[in-house]
Design a protein around this ligand. Structure first.
Ligand code: PMP
Length: 407
């Protein structure tokens, strides 16, 4: 039965990681996968996480028992609080479940929509978007995967008109997946004014919204600012309809491999009762029971400890600023080098983009030369993970860009 199995292509980003691992050049630079690195190029365990680990493990009741099917209650409550805000009526308006990081949250959301036959509708993703979005939704029976214009390559700005036109022309009730902040791969976010217009147009056409929040805290260093679009939707523009939110703690807590996340359904301000909320909860639990049985406990305990203690929360906020400001500094150092080298073209977008990534505008061929000639690895789309830059390699990357642009 397993004789004629089709061989699928390997995941593009993990393939980069594989090539980089066997590259003997000592000056190699990893700007591929979006994972934070410190100024020596090493993964960074956040000091707030180290502290939380000590506290959690010192608890006499610490153990490795199963969590409930819905996950760790304190994590779910506090995760909702940081994304929806302290004043939001979480008790009455949020139904949620712990998930396997952001990917698992997307999968729960897509599976919930599959059970409700929402997968028969068109689903729209930004062009470009995180590649895995398309696979996750396709696996859940979304057969009509479409895109809304987002990045305008010529101006390196948001194609707002194209985005709004697509919202207007889409069949009413289509599903729109939105990146609330630190857009992957472009690092380009709508302004607050643009968000208002986008959400108003979505409301007009009664589209269904799913926010995929994988980088809260990474765009501006502020959790509240990075949740602006979500909070605007649930407290104002889309407060009369359900809104789905996927939340990852991979990047902002640096717990990539521990897979901590939540999937939330935010209920409308009125018109839904507790019974309807508990019916949705039962669907989320049924999905999780058949796939994970119960979600992973360790990372959830660490993140929950951070979110429930004022002292750890403060330390974590500082850690987020450390990460976002180092990335900010690297954007500026890279552009300074390109300016010094008089590299042809305008590179201002590298400093105006936010979050972990820069959509450099380098072509596929230039990216291939960066890897072959200079041992600088980035996605073929030209997306560079700025977190991979540091004082030891930023000049080399500047020279590499300069060289490939000139030849
Ligand atoms: N959504 C987006 C837009 C992402 O960039 C990522 C991570 N690359 C995820 C979701 C999911 O990440 P994770 O499963 O590691 O939380």
């Amino acid at each position: 039965i397993f004789k004629n199995v089709a061989k699928l292509p390997s995941d593009a980003l993990f393939a980069i990681k594989g090539r980089l691992a066997v590259d003997p050049r000592t000056n190699k630079v990893d700007l591929g996968i979006g994972a934070y690195r410190d100024n020596t190029g090493k993964p960074w365990i956040l000091p707030s996480v180290r502290k939380a680990e000590q506290i959690v493990q010192a608890d006499p009741n610490y153990n490795h028992e199963y969590l409930n099917i819905s996950g760790l209650e304190s994590l779910r409550k506090n995760a909702a609080r940081i994304i929806f805000g302290d004043s939001f009526d979480i008790a009455n308006r949020v139904v949620n479940i712990q998930s396997l990081s952001g990917t698992g949250a997307l999968h729960v959301g897509a599976t919930l929509m599959e059970s409700l036959k929402l997968n028969e509708r068109d689903v729209y993703f930004s062009d470009p978007t995180w590649g895995n979005h398309l696979q996750i939704f396709a696996k859940c029976g979304f057969n009509s995967i479409k895109s809304y214009p987002y990045w305008d390559a010529a101006s390196k700005k948001l194609n707002l008109d194209g985005f709004l036109n697509t919202i207007k022309e889409a069949t009413s009730g289509s599903v729109f997946v939105l990146h609330p902040c630190a857009h992957n791969p472009t690092g380009l976010d709508p302004t607050e004014e643009q968000w208002k217009v986008i959400l108003e147009s979505i409301k007009e056409k009664q589209h269904v919204v799913l926010f995929d929040s994988a980088y809260q805290g990474f765009a501006t260093g502020s959790l509240a600012k990075d949740a602006y679009s979500i909070r605007l939707a649930i407290t104002d523009i889309l407060k009369d309809v359900p809104v789905m939110v996927c939340q990852s703690f991979a990047k902002n807590v640096g717990m990539y491999g521990e897979r901590v996340g939540c999937f939330h359904v935010v209920l409308p301000e009125s018109g839904y009762n507790a019974e309807e909320g508990s019916a949705i909860q039962s669907q989320l639990e049924a999905i999780t029971r058949s796939e994970l049985s119960t979600p992973p406990a360790y990372g959830a305990k660490i993140v929950s400890a951070i979110l429930s203690s004022d002292e750890l929360y403060k330390a974590w906020s500082d850690d987020m600023v450390t990460m976002s400001s180092r990335i900010y500094e690297m954007r500026h150092k890279l552009v300074a080098k390109l300016t010094e080298l008089k590299t042809p073209g305008n590179w201002d977008h590298i400093t105006s983009q936010v979050g972990m990534f820069s959509y450099t505008g380098l072509s596929k061929e230039q990216v291939a030369r960066m890897e072959k000639e200079h041992a600088v690895y980035l996605a073929s789309s030209g997306r560079a993970s700025i977190a991979g830059l540091n004082d030891g390699n930023v000049e080399h990357v500047g020279y590499a860009i300069d060289e490939v642009v000139r030849h």
